[in-house]
Design a protein around this ligand. Sequence first.
Ligand code: F6R
Length: 607
Amino acid sequence: MCGVVGYVGKEQAAPILLDGLAKLEYRGYDSAGVAVFGDSIKVQKCEGRLKVLHKKIKGGSSMSGTMGIGHTRWATHGEPSDANSHPHTSAEENVAVVHNGIIENYLELKDFLKNHGCVFTSDTDTEVIAHLIDHYHDHDPLKTLIKVMNKLEGSYALGIMFSENPGELYAVRKDSPLIVGLSKGGNFIASDIPAVLPHTRDVYLLNDKEIVRLTADAVKIFNTDEEPIKKDVYHVEWDVSSAEKGGYEHFMFKEIMEQPKAVRETVRPRVKRGKIVPDEFQMSPEDVKNIDKIHIIACGSAYHAGVVGKYLIEKMARIPVEVDLASEFLYRSPMITNRTLMLVISQSGETLDTLRALREAKRLGGRVLSVVNVVGSSIARESDDIIYTWAGPEIAVATTKAYSTQLAVIYLLAEYFAVQKGIKNAEQTAAFLDELAKIPAKIEQIIKNTENIQFLASQFAAAKDVFFLGRGIDYAVALEGSLKLKEISYVHSEAYAAGELKHGTISLIEKGTPVVALATQDELFDKIMSNIREVKARGAVVLAVVPENQPTAEQFADHVLYVPKTIPELTPSLAVIPLQLFGYYMAAERGCDIDKPRNLAKSVTVE
Ligand code: F6R
């Protein structure tokens, strides 16, 4: 949560910072601010969207100086307000700080600083950092920052300026993302690559507890022993347009439309001459046979992809799978051994709950394979093996294309394990891969014709509650459909295993309650149709999602959305698309801020 940017170079800093923040607004959008170093450090900040700050500082033209830091906030400590916005400064404004993360011992530090006479003007944990830096300041920024880092507990990505060090920008990170952008015109820090892409494709991916000193023409990185660190430059391959709307009204819609490409690019490099080659991650047949359990950990939509993983890996590869919400994993004494394969799924690679669970799993002896979208992210770096989802940058807060690519990796892994265990022969794998290769074109077929979904959304837009039902793997997809709807349209919604509804929840169904029923599995079709009958008898209006070969659904449901036919294992990739579009159009009908839903942020780096 929160976006951090910084620039030092030859150009005016403020407009560059505002542009960078615009690319990071998905990370937090309840307030924004910048500090620019001209003759001295000047701060401007305010509650509200970035456009409020933009107006306040006249697009940056009212602030002069070629070095600065900026921030877009997702409130954790203290409500969104002008005073709680970043940057925060020490009393004399000789230190300015922007921060992404959470300082866990901030109350203790605050008491300590108050006892030394510090007066606080905000409720934030970040203000503590500014005062602490000032308190330990001994005219050597590097030494000062090391001292401060030793006092801080929690997570942080910090951009820092010292009034007595003009032309020097400092940055450090721990458990919150931060990259350094390198260009001839100046150097940058940012929470995420899109913020620097208009200026450079060459970046450093920082590790925890590295300290960076940036000047207009040099970047030096140090460890906490003050020793310089050499780092490889990471050259960003994807285009700046991937992180822009490109004519679409919303990133979410653009990203839904990008799914065929994202899935194709995730699958293609891993299929070679009819075999699955999941990158560097290789397990011999003996290794796979030695796995006694796969334990999936993830949050939100990535968790829902994990639930699909449980159904498929158990069905296809006959390996027991547990799937846990990362935030719960730590609190239930999980049984992990060196025969457990941990499968960690995350788009951002920075979700703190997931990262903490990963560390605990490693401590307990599990081997960690992560499925991550952001190259070089913390989860990727701390895993034993990584399979990247090649979805490209995902900007909309509600995930679509990253989820679809996570599914694609799960299919590949389930089939790979089945092959290694000798459950599938070459011919069966070829047939499976052949079907998988057709999925992108089938998604294209669905997204080409969205009018009927838009129409249905207009019919349901006033709904107060929507229920999603499914059995088997459809239940896993129902979870995702329900989350998509509620997070962006603010319509309350629940997903239920269709057989479970009658054990309590059916009492909520009344005349006119919309129910979305998924019925993609031929063998479960009749059972789901019975469930549809049950809810219709209580007044529900039913929208069914079924494959093309099941037109009889029209006898049961009020509305039917068809998806192309595929093999049962791959149906989640098709069934989820109309649900994403349904959520999108419902939110549009209701006038919601689709890309930036209230109270949310893209990357959840707090527990
Ligand atoms: C929902 C959504 C979230 C994320 C969750 C995990 O649309 O995007 O539920 O899936 O916050 O994030 P990552 O995948 O970055 O770990």
